[in-house]
Ligand binder design. Sequence first.
Ligand code: UGA
Length: 439
Amino acid sequence: MRLTVIGTGYVGAVHAACMADIGHEVLGVDIDAERIAALTSGRPPFYEPGLSEMLMKAVDTGRLSFTTSLTEAAWFGDTHFVCVGTPQRPASGAADLRHVEAAVDGLAPYLHDSGYERVLVVGKSTVPVGTADRLTRRLHAVAPYADIAWNPEFLREGCAVQDTLRPERIVVGARSEQAVARLRELYAPLLDAGTPFIGTDPATAELVKLASNSFLATKISFINAMAEICDATGADVLTLAEAMGRDSRIGPRFLAPGLGFGGSCLPKDIRAFTALAEELGLGESVAFIRQVDEINTRQRLRTVHLAQRLVGGSFADRSVAVLGAAFKPHSDDVRDSPALAVADEIRLRGARVRVHDPEAVDNARAAHPALQFALDVAKACEQADVVLHLTEWPQYRELDPAALATVVRTPAIVDARNTLDPVAWHSAGWTLRALGRPR
Ligand code: UGA
């Protein structure tokens, strides 16, 4: 099938490459000419395991090409995926739909020229409930023969290729049988491999995404609230999480206590969900989500306080090493990174902060120019009064505490992700502190 993918950010670039990989002819579209030039030569604009190889292959075989022209996109195929961003509005927290509307408005006037029977615009962006119906009215004013369907994206950064090729479900919300049939055909290789397909109305499809991300965020904040209780009672949140997670109704995933969630999705989506519910007059139904957000942000300050106690109460003239800048491991994304929020706060409190990350240093430096960066862990830790482990890259688990103890000024570490082995660090002479864990 011939399809286009409008917006080549995280979701779009991965979707375009994966659709080409399963045999479709794909045209990726973006207004950013520099990004299009990079993608055309097979280079992804961000770090994502496996994407580079897949992109290169798809471009080489000629199944994937790129353009900056929506006119060209309208001519290229009859199915158009909209994968542009829906950032948070600064004042209300609601989703800003400007880019989605621009994509649909830009495409609409050219659609009748495409020469295809029925045109399908498929939204993948995370949007408030009601967006698909609103866009349909907008689109029909110009192109009455075009349908809109909503097909939310559930991929996780760091496993985006695997999540796209082997998703746990495909959800499609549409008002026409043809739209559902088209998407079933398009995803046939995935469905044949056993992926469940959930066909529904657009409102439910839009809601699935907001509800799922809100649930995941709630799970994380729940265990972090338990960590606060553990701190006050001497209980151990790691054992608590393990014991809770063994109940198959609860499950162990997204129950890892620590510094909490960040990134471009969970924080933005829970705020957009709250804004949407308030607009519907249903603020009370999701009032707990505000607390989920507050509990999450609080973990950053709790981590700062833990470190501050370790350096004797004040950061003035202290050297602090930060391990991790990305919002999570296997990613170079620093958007709303809890690690960098902590690093910044400590710097503002007077410390000299040196940050290490295996992949995200360039992005971190661009977003936080006042911080200092080091290209290896030992350099970051040189003469440090305290080390903060803030993003759980696997290589940090492999660090040799004895060797690192010879580099720092004081062997003290905050394990804000609860993935280091406390016994190994203690026996190498370190003081190790973590949220929700007894000393
Ligand atoms: C999230 C969802 O997991 C995806 O399903 C969704 O498609 C995506 O948002 C999106 O809306 O586009 P992502 O932001 O890539 O994916 O990252 P996650 O793996 O969900 O992690 C989010 C944050 O939660 C990270 O900062 C991570 O460190 C934190 N986290 C995760 C915890 O603090 N504890 C946990 O137990 C799990």
